[in-house]
Design a protein. Structure first.
Length: 213
């Protein structure tokens, strides 16, 4: 039986699209049964509808800053759909212990940095400012702290001369789309490690450091 999975998103949903494509392959151990968004016009919702996936837009602004009440509505929608696993895919809301606790050990997040470096926003700009030679992305189990929790998968990309936040983000995004389905498969199978799919740069073969000044 495929594990019933919900995706929560706030934006364009490219990670959702990669998850959907992966889950539609025969033998994948999870299926996406629901897409939820706090942003009613999120692009990811449009893609879900176009692909026949159940959706719900639950606008946080209707809850007047009561995060727990908003999350209770999310949980109700997921429970009605029989959701077992949750993937945060560009879901740009801080979570309370209500949602985190309900799906403890069953909820993944993807973050565009090599955690624990650069939690929060503007990760690519901050990586360039810090002068790191390696950047990347992380899939982790969700715990109470922002962008914290046991790491399930990471992919590293080199920071190249002339990189801008946009060029770096684009290179990282390619890896996000590879490691998130792999991490979901691993969670669905109940394992602890991740087998990288072909092309995922979990072990980066490129030179990543320059000469010392
Ligand atoms: C992705 O880069 C994801 O890693 C990031 O938002 C983007 C969503 O893009 N998530 C976070 O920053 C969470 N802290 P997408 O809508 O195209 O998947």
């Amino acid at each position: 039986m495929k594990r019933r999975t919900a995706v929560l998103l706030s934006g364009r949903g490219s990670n959702f699209r990669s998850l959907l494509a992966a889950t539609q392959a025969p033998g994948f151990p999870a299926e996406i049964v629901l897409v939820l968004s706090n942003v009613p016009d999120a692009g990811g919702l449009v893609h879900a509808v176009a692909n026949g996936i159940a959706t719900a837009a639950i606008d946080h602004r209707a809850y007047r800053g009561n995060r727990a009440a908003h999350e209770a509505a999310l949980i109700a929608a997921m429970e009605a759909a029989g959701v077992e696993l949750v993937c945060l895919a560009g879901y740009m809301r801080k979570l309370t212990p209500l949602l985190v606790g309900r799906y403890a050990g069953r909820m993944l997040n993807i973050h565009p940095s090599l955690l624990p470096s650069f939690p929060g926003l503007h990760t690519h700009e901050r990586a360039l400012t810090a002068g790191v030679k390696l950047h990347g992305c992380t899939v982790h189990l969700v715990t109470d702290g922002l962008d914290e929790g046991p790491i399930v998968a990471q992919a590293a990309v080199p920071v190249l001369p002339g990189d801008t936040p946009d060029t770096l983000a684009a290179r990282v995004l390619v890896q996000e789309h590879l490691i998130y389905p792999a991490a979901l498969a691993q969670l669905a199978l109940g394992g602890s490690g991740v087998t990288p799919p072909p092309g995922a740069a979990l072990h980066n073969p490129l030179p990543v450091s320059g000469p010392l000044p």
